[in-house]
Write a protein that binds this ligand. Sequence first.
Ligand code: GP9
Ligand code: MN
Length: 636
Amino acid sequence: MQKSFFSKISFLFIATLLMWLKTYVVYKTSFNIKIENFMQEFILFINPLSFLLFVFGIGLFFKEKNRNRFIIGASIILTLVLLANMIFYRFYNDFLTIPVLFQTNNMGDLGSSINSLFMPADLLLAVDIVILIWLYKRQPVKAGGAATRKERAAYFLFVAAVFFFNLGVSETERPQLLTRSFDREVLVKNISLYNFHIYDALIQSKQSAQRALADSNSLTEIENYVSANRTDPDKELFGIAKGRNVILVSLESTQSFVVNRKLNGKEITPYLNDLIKKSYSFDNFYHQTGQGKTADSEFIVDNSLYPLGRGAVFFTNAANEYTAMPEILKNHGYYSSVFHANNKSFWNRDIMYDSLKYDKFYDIKSYDVNDQNSVGWGLKDKEFFEQTAELMKGIPQPFYTRLITLTNHFPFELDEEDKMIDEFDSKSGTLNRYFPTVRYQDEALKRFIEKLKENGLYDNSVIVLYGDHYGISENHNEAMGQFLGKEITPFEEVQLQRVPLVIHIPGVTDKKPKTIDTVGGQIDIRPTLLNLLGIDSSDQVQFGNDLFSGDKMEFTVLRDGSVITKDKVYTDGVCYDKSTGKPTKNKDGCEAFAEKAKQELSYSDQIIYGDLLRFYDSERLKKQSASIKKKGDKKE
Ligand code: GP9
Ligand code: MN
């Protein structure tokens, strides 16, 4: 038996070996997986093996000809999995998850990005498949049978041993490996990209079950938590913008590091810098987005809930019930809309906006878009703002509206004539090109505000500008370090997640501008804004707090579980002192915050996966808030 068994599995072993090596080469060349010691490198190296042996081993159930065909087919599929992850990673710096995979309409729309993301060297991925086909063709077709039961049992026992060996060393290296699911990099590093996808599929099915099992009691505990964390509004500011139109501008990929900074002696955002002097502006304000990028930022702003740890909630839970900004404001006579010159289905916006109860979505069809007025992802920001200002004249007031810019999007393309500032000079073309597009967006913004003055909407509006998410990923840390003149440590990486937040209330903030250093995040925009509009939101299930509240806790959670407080930054299990940027001893001062962050993210996830807001009852929450407040008053 021995001899014939080895001949049965020789093709299988060659395929496994080739795929194994290929996967490891892809790990090392296409992903940015941090390796801290030899053991981790070893785990990374062996981790694809058990999965590959298992999958190719299924071939042992077939006779030789079909077995080899099956193995070639499996190689092709696994190669496509690798390729898809490589391309996705170049853009999102993350691994694919099932919800993201189903966002195929987004993938199609990536357009110019896909072109610049695909590299000729990617074709090398096909080399082993060519070898396998050549071997298959060369071999004379033998009538070799399927493996016997005994042979298969021995084989799969061996595979299981490899798998548990892998899991064993990984668990010692990284305890609680499988429970810390929002760190995809750790999973890939330890159990392989392939097993990560299987794990992801298991989570997906668990989540579907979660909705079926949830009932109204599931919401009560969360309601108690949010009520206890609620803070009182600043009395002077409450209602200061009552009845005004709300114009939110989502600034694509705009991070705080460009604000009030120069490149070759020229300001990168001169207009924004100027506007800040007439506004309330926040300089410790963080984006909290996950895989859903722009869509996540929209979700956070409208719901004051966290986005998901995997996938974009715009896709995964678009059918849920929400009590979003448009709905709250509708009760106060507001008309709500979004302006964005992209296909309506991108990020599943058309469906999600219905769930969020928007009155109207002005998508690409509302705009005049042609080759002359487009670049990169589509309509240039200047054109977008100009046409939007026209469209805005026609909508009922007061309105709540969001404008989403596009030009400052990776790969940061810009026509020569639109460049007002030099590119940076570093090894990262991405970072180099970023500056001219940010500068362009700034100029477009200036034009927009001028237009608002012309069309008469300016005086009676609140204008809120915020960065949607980072534009420069950690892949460019070296170049970023060169620009900022300091090393980009994990601490600095968290600080780079700061985005601008500027609240401009004509006639109010220009008289008394303020730069506020309270730590906050996108999740705080909704409660802050509602209080400025004089709308009590203490009956809402929301995790944010009014940034102007005197008693707001300085505590912001990023979607990867990092936490920022007044004087600490906690990320990837390490606690840093903000004043020095250095780790503290024994995670001092971070543990309680890290725990609270975990709790809060988990509550928010429960709301989304369980679709818990379908049990929301505003009267019940009002009573609850009032009773908590009474208890607090008594204590004082
Ligand atoms: C697409 C735009 C960009 O419509 O919002 O999306 P992003 O890639 O930044 O999430
Ligand atoms: Mn974006």
